[in-house]
Unconditional design. Sequence first.
Length: 390
Amino acid sequence: MMQMVHSRFNALLSACVLSLIATAGWSQSITWLGTLPGYDRSGAYGVSDNGVVVGVAINAAGQWRAFRWTASGGMQDLGTLPGGNQSAAYGVSADGSVVVGWSYTSSSTRSSAFRWTASGGMQNLGTLPGHYVSEAYGVSANGSVVVGWVLLNQPNSTQQAFRWANGVMQPLGMPSSGYWYSYAFAVSADGAVVVGGAQTPQGYLHVFRWENGVWRVIGTLSGYDSSYPTAVSADGSVVVGWAYDFWSNNYTRRAFRWTASGGMQNLGTLPGHYVSEAYGVSANGAVVVGVSDGRAVRWTASGIEDLNTTYASLLANGSVLWEARAISPNGRYIVGRGYNAAANNRIEAFLLDMQGTPPCNPPDGDVNGDGVVDDADLLIVLFNFGNRCP
């Protein structure tokens, strides 16, 4: 029996060594995505399974412009809707072919939600009757469903969440009569579950989950009066964002992860930090990314980690990953904004490739939930080998 245990131990140890060798061969990388000609600012807000990045860059005229970045083509200015001079991109489909956001439609601040494709360009999704402004923030995996919010015209100004599909913008209304405004920020992979925030007359924002006309107000973390949702897992079961106190939200923000069974979990901050915000979640809901006091972070079942520490060897001296704004559904890529000291100290969008291997769905052997099956997972199995439930 002892010989058998030793044989299994040696086999697992050999596997760990092989994994370390394989990991060393991976081309993990941080790519700074650049800026538009004439200016030095960009930020990434979405990333697909195949590494297509979308976000906002500032052009030489100082105007916001939606961009789409690919490894082969670099940063592409997506332009604006006719009559406009500014735009922003916030969501991208799983294959990178569909981009959503908003664009001005005149020189004023009047904007419309858009859906962009390579073949059709920037499509104006319009507004609802009696409304004059709309913005899109989330898109389904196949790009067919878009969510966002619309603003009712003055003098009775109000905002309302929408779900767009098959050319029709559907108003979602409010969870109940106790709310005046609603906003949609994310949608599940199949487009069925919409996640957003509903605002009370007092200004408190509460997270909601909408599915087939049924509202569920999630609320906020214990001890806080408001919460802001940012992303949802592929099946709609995990919601992330941050909770805050309405009157002092800049100083009390705490990242959260919500599930129906576990409720709203406070994800905490890095040691010594005071504020955290969660911005993205992997398709399986296991990996959350965001920011803790100006440092890009990742939360897994193992806790919180500073991406600047984990991937220090990939960063030039003085460069900092400030915030992680999205993670690809398959967990391979993280994008956001940081300080690129190697490029004339630019504030720039970044793409972190954590695997350096062909993209895949979240693997079954990912024990620690970081999106990769590697030596860390094997070591967890090794040191727990033979343990049993009490």
